[in-house]
Ligand binder design. Sequence first.
Ligand SMILES: [Zn+2]
Length: 284
Amino acid sequence: MRVVRRAVGDVEVIALLDGEADVEPITEAFPETPRDELLREPGVLGAGDRWHLFVRAWVLLHPEGVALVDTGVGGPGSPALEWFPHTGGLPDALREAGTSPDQIDTVILTHVHSDHVGGTVTGDPPVPAFPRARYLIQRADVDFARELADTAEDDRALWERLLQPLLAAGVVQELDGDHRLAGTIELHHAPGHTPGHQMVRVASRSDRLVITGDLVNHASQFAHPDLPSNSDAVPVLAARSRRELLAGLLSHPGTTIAPTHLDAPFGRIAFEPRGLARWRPDPA
Ligand SMILES: [Zn+2]
């Protein structure tokens, strides 16, 4: 399903499927994870044991406005098309959800990878795709992307095509750590996947939800938080951030998890008797 809605107290959280495809071999994406742990999650196993990657974005209809979390792989010319086989369906999914780009007042970017920031701009030359929005990015990730731009062609494309036009338009608000966006929404700096990776916490009435960005990219990382994804920039920091997430879930066990790349847009964590945390997708 391309659009899945969830009430979190007074906030409506809408999961939008930007796309899905088989990408690299799953054992290369998670090189330190035992193969049997990878295979126990059939929902993300594609043909030939490739990683079946779901890419999602999220709309938050909250009492103070409308926010979008991440922007998918993007349209024609997007740097993500170097490794992802088709353009993103976010514009269609937004329409299906009854939301238009000019209703979005805030775009929260969890981190500066091409499957999360691909749809931030539109057109050629690129301009901000969400004309009324300010874009919230951790300063550490803006610096990270700027530094990488000199090292590889796809990193240069990401910087020049996706981030520079936003900065030139003056719509970026660079954050230094945790940031309260609204009474019900808080951004939490959870570094490691990138230096400025951030999660989004939604809390309203007695309900809680966490949009985890790419902190957890395979469900086995809930049980084995020290095992990295090959795209974790600073694995030791990512492991610490995953442990912090798990500690928070122990304190608030009813929290809904909203992951970018797992096999379902919403789910929960169940702690087994020995303490291993297991991903339990919500029924579709
Ligand atoms: Zn990602």
